[in-house]
Design a protein around this ligand. Structure first.
Ligand code: B1M
Length: 208
């Protein structure tokens, strides 16, 4: 089995004992970090989602797969981030109210940090009022993530709360997450949508 397959299997099985060694072995063998991430970890998470939909995996399996992926991501972080870049802008990120998914949001934060942005991460299940407070303190971009169709309306609620606070002209709003689309972004008055972490960086730069 090749290095990527080992990582894919470790995430799929939620094997937290195996993941550090399999990621390190792949890095030592000069497998690019971007390939480990995309073909190993993200591909495995997509399969986890498919198995959940089919009723073969349940929430505990999703959870341990997510934990394994987080351990792997921590190891990859130094390889995905260039250090010593001057901050090009300040971004507040968070997963919207009602939503506990944070792997995509963490990945977006990591890539933005690597591109020189300063990141303030408000975490998961963030109420609109907390985003409003962060924007009030002065940031360039607000990044909202949602992974559930049922929490997508919380993105709109957050944008409306920022409008009601009279702060909408002070900040650019970018949104993303598996169910989110460019059409939805336009419909609810966000400034942009990115389908993945790489494109989130391009978008953030274009918004400044
Ligand atoms: Co959940 N879950 N989950 N889950 N989970 C999904 C999202 C689901 C699609 C699975 C499925 O049915 N196939 C489904 C949602 C269905 C829907 O709404 N249409 C689902 C469900 C139903 C649920 C629960 C309701 C299950 C239950 O309890 N019955 C529950 C909800 C809890 C809650 O949030 N209130 C739940 C719980 C969980 C766990 C906690 C167990 C765990 C999350 C752990 C964690 O995040 N710490 C979990 C997981 C792991 C998943 C799947 C399997 C994987 C998500 C993931 O991390 N993907 C997911 C299935 C899937 O997505 N295929 C699923 C990898 C990650 C790198 O991708 O997050 O898409 P992603 O991020 C990408 C892009 O979307 C984009 O860039 C990222 C990197 O490329 N992006 C942005 C994300 N945010 C962005 C922000 C931006 C720009 C781009 O700008 C700011």
């Amino acid at each position: 089995m090749n290095h990527i397959d080992n990582i894919y299997d470790a995430v799929l099985d939620g094997d937290m004992g195996v993941i550090p060694e399999s990621v390190q072995t792949a890095l030592n063998a000069n497998v690019p970090a971007a390939d480990i991430l995309k073909e190993g970890m993200i591909a495995a998470m997509e399969e986890v989602g498919r198995l959940f939909e089919e009723g073969e995996y349940f929430v505990p399996e999703m959870l341990i797969a997510a934990r394994a992926m987080k351990i792997g991501l921590d190891l990859l972080k130094p390889y995905l981030i260039d250090s010593g870049v001057d901050p090009v802008g300040k971004v507040v990120v968070g997963t919207v109210q009602g939503d506990m998914h944070d792997i995509g949001k963490n990945l977006v934060s990591m890539m933005l940090e690597g591109a020189g942005f300063e990141i303030i991460d408000l975490g998961i299940d963030v109420p609109p009022a907390n985003f409003v407070e962060a924007v009030r303190e002065g940031v360039d971009i607000l990044g909202l993530s949602a992974l559930l169709t049922t929490t997508m309306p919380s993105i709109q609620d957050t944008i409306q709360a920022i409008e009601q606070a009279g702060l909408r002209d002070n900040v650019k709003v970018m949104i993303g997450g598996a169910p989110v689309t460019a059409e939805y972004a336009q419909q609810i008055g966000a400034d942009g949508f990115a389908p993945d972490a790489g494109q989130a960086v391009t978008l953030a730069k274009s918004l400044l």
